[in-house]
Design a protein around this ligand. Structure first.
Ligand code: FES
Ligand code: FES
Length: 185
């Protein structure tokens, strides 16, 4: 049986499987991940979404042979030692899940889209999430969570830009105010 190697949530990984095994089956059955879910199996609901080379894709219809050499990210790999991903934190804050079965799809789609560009309008968020399904009807809470995550990630990007742009050699602040005033008196 062939072996397929790829990077999974930052770690090298290999799976022995038939070439046409759906990626979702390999992730859940062979690698015991719990994030991606089986919903429709037909690329219709998004419950199985993972991020492949930066793009959100449906893992239920992608054969394992197509991911050899790629970089995969899943919900299981999102939290860091610093805490939950901003998208996860927003879903928690907005209580944007009921049964939670669909949550993987919304989160991974948002992570891919907002990491690319968090400065998005409400309409752009809706476009990003087109095609995802929630049978519990949590859509309004999910949209609030998406807005909260985008704002948090945009704010964080702004702070990061300021840190990068600050040059202590040329941007040093003149704190010698009193001395200047004394010289003018
Ligand atoms: S299980 Fe893949 S889109 Fe529904
Ligand atoms: S929270 Fe139950 S399907 Fe979405």
């Amino acid at each position: 049986m062939p072996s397929y190697q790829f990077t999974l949530d930052g770690q090298p990984q290999a799976v022995e499987a038939d070439a046409d095994m759906p990626l979702l089956y390999a992730l859940r059955g062979e690698l015991a991940l719990k994030g991606p879910k089986f919903g429709c199996g037909l690329a219709q609901c998004g419950a199985c979404t993972v991020i492949l080379n930066g793009t959100a894709i449906r893992s239920c219809i992608l054969p394992i042979s197509a991911v050899a050499g790629t970089n995969l990210r899943t919900l299981d790999g999102l939290p860091t030692e610093a805490g939950p991903h901003p998208v996860q934190a927003a879903f928690i804050a907005e209580e944007a899940a009921q049964c939670g079965y669909c949550t993987n799809g919304w989160m991974m789609t948002l992570v891919a889209g907002l990491e690319r560009d968090p400065n998005v309008s409400d309409q752009e968020i809706r476009n990003m999430l087109t095609g995802l399904k929630c049978r519990c009807g949590s859509h309004m809470a999910i949209l609030r969570a998406a807005r909260r995550a985008a704002d948090a990630m945009a704010q964080d990007a702004t702070v990061q830009d300021q840190v990068v742009q600050f040059d202590p050699q040329t941007d040093a602040v003149d704190l010698d105010v009193d001395t200047d005033r004394e010289a003018q008196a």
